[in-house]
Design a protein around this ligand. Structure first.
Ligand code: SF4
Length: 472
């Protein structure tokens, strides 16, 4: 036999070698699942650029970090919705969720059910090791009745959840069970799952050293090999046969042909009239701004946050060299509660994004001031622009002599001419006219950039009305 030189490991292309050695315990079989997945991808001949793996938190979820594929390590239990985002953004991708029973069936249980119902073409490969292993082995949804864990030291009193039965009930169109001790069978299941055009689920039984130790089991792997029975056809009894001390039925429980229900897409195609094109041209320039603090305050629902966004985009239109921050604060009630947006524009780096004392205060209502006991916070040499249709004027009597106050019935103008919701842009027009902080065209371009389709004309006209009100 001729000497054959192997220049690299056959899995090398699909592994992040720089991440090795892995964190798994010696004797853990998660690595085998990883290898079976690599072989499945290689056998299918898929371009690695088309394969995405999304994982949550836990020992099994660490697989995502070792695969040389586009992968996301999501938050605990949220791998499925994160994967769904990937799939909706690019339906051509083969998206696979990999994780453990605690992550997918426990914390992410609701997402697991929803995925079966919704019918997206994605794969869920769930490594079932009967508990939360990464944190020392706490009880989880699949912990066997009577099994000892950190949190059930006297033995679990709960009947375990049967992942295959749940997947079948939830509507997964491909459902299989295998183990890490049957790598070729596991790879075949993975290949069939990936080929299925609907939601696919493979339960993969894996031994955990912590579970073995706590329950005085010499080798779960030996038990899997002894008790597992790979079957061509499986019955309802096989679905329920999950007790590894008796018999474990392995195989494909459901493999439905291409799902009849169409896959969901992010946007429903609708025939729309071609939108009218608007354009506002502006010139960028050196603004000369050193440091300006702007606060817009009012009531939730008045477009206070949107106003802050308009100001910051307008400032960036005018002078892209400026540093800027925007922060927003509102109560849990959102609509109807107090709301304020802070914008800082500076030629220097900004260390602290909250406005302490604004140079320019835009008061769309008096709710924030009244919550402060009637205090109006503004720089002694600053400027206040007030929506006089919404603000109690008596609040302004104590402002310092150096403060300039401009008044505009922004809400009234918006109500009389357009809709109340564009009062914030009436305010913007008035601000553009009465203060010289940001150029008119830059603000209009910012408004246009964020106006929902079909409302551009109204928003720009509201701005013009406010500008007109500011005088000639
Ligand atoms: S704790 Fe269990 S599942 Fe986690 S790496 Fe160790 S053996 Fe594997």
């Amino acid at each position: 036999m001729p000497n054959m030189e192997i220049s690299q490991h056959p899995y090398a292309d699909l592994l992040r070698i720089e991440m090795m050695p892995n964190i798994w315990c010696s004797g853990c079989r998660i690595g085998r699942v990883k290898n079976a997945f690599i072989e499945a991808i290689q056998n299918l001949g898929h371009n690695a650029d088309k394969c995405v793996v999304v994982a949550g938190i836990g020992c099994s979820s660490r697989i995502a970090g070792y695969l040389n594929l586009d992968s996301i390590h999501a938050t605990h239990g949220r791998a499925i919705p994160t994967a769904l985002g990937v799939k909706l953004a690019n339906p051509e991708l083969i998206v696979t969720v990999m994780g453990g029973d605690g992550d997918i069936l426990g914390i992410g249980g609701n997402h697991f059910l929803a995925m079966g119902r919704h019918g997206h073409d994605m794969n869920v490969f769930c490594m079932n090791n009967y508990g939360y292993s990464m944190t020392g082995f706490q009880h989880g949804p699949t912990t066997p009745l009577g099994a000892r864990t950190v949190t059930t030291s006297g033995g679990s009193p709960y009947v375990p959840l049967n992942p295959v039965a749940v997947a079948l009930a939830a509507g997964y169109t491909f459902v299989a069970r295998s183990t890490s001790s049957h790598p070729y069978h596991l790879m075949d299941c993975m290949i069939s799952a990936i080929n299925n055009r609907g939601p696919s689920f493979v339960e993969i039984l894996i031994p955990c050293m912590l579970f073995e130790r706590r329950n005085k089991i010499k080798s779960l792997e030996a038990l899997f090999l002894e008790k597992a029975n790979i079957k061509e056809t499986l019955s309802e009894e096989d679905v329920n046969e999950t007790d590894f001390s008796k018999e474990i039925s392995l195989g494909i429980f459901r493999d439905m042909p291409v799902r009849e229900k169409s896959q969901l897409t992010l946007v429903k195609p609708t025939k729309k009239k071609a939108a009218k094109k608007y354009h506002v041209s502006f010139k960028s320039r050196d603004s000369g701004i050193k440091h300006v603090q702007i606060r817009m305050e009012g009531t939730g629902g008045q477009g206070i946050v949107q106003g802050g966004k308009t100001l910051i985009h307008a400032a960036m239109n005018m002078d892209p060299e400026l540093n800027s921050t925007m922060t927003k604060r509102y109560g849990p009630e959102m609509k109807g509660g107090s709301c304020l947006t802070d914008v800082i524009l500076s030629s220097q780096p900004i260390d602290y994004p909250f406005v302490e004392v604004p140079d320019l205060l835009l008061m769309m209502s008096d709710i924030v001031s009244k919550e402060r006991g009637g205090e109006v916070v503004v720089n002694d040499n600053g400027t206040i622009v007030v929506d006089e249709s919404m603000v109690d004027q008596s609040l302004l009597k104590d402002v310092a002599d150096g403060v300039q106050v401009f008044k505009v019935p922004a809400t009234q103008i918006a109500r009389d001419n357009f809709k109340v919701v564009v009062a914030n842009n009436v305010m913007m027009g008035f601000v553009a006219k009465t203060t010289s902080i940001i150029d008119k065209a830059c603000i209009k371009a910012a408004i246009l950039g964020s106006a929902p389709p079909g409302t551009e004309e109204m928003n720009l006209a509201a701005f013009d009305k406010g500008y007109e009100f500011g005088g000639s």
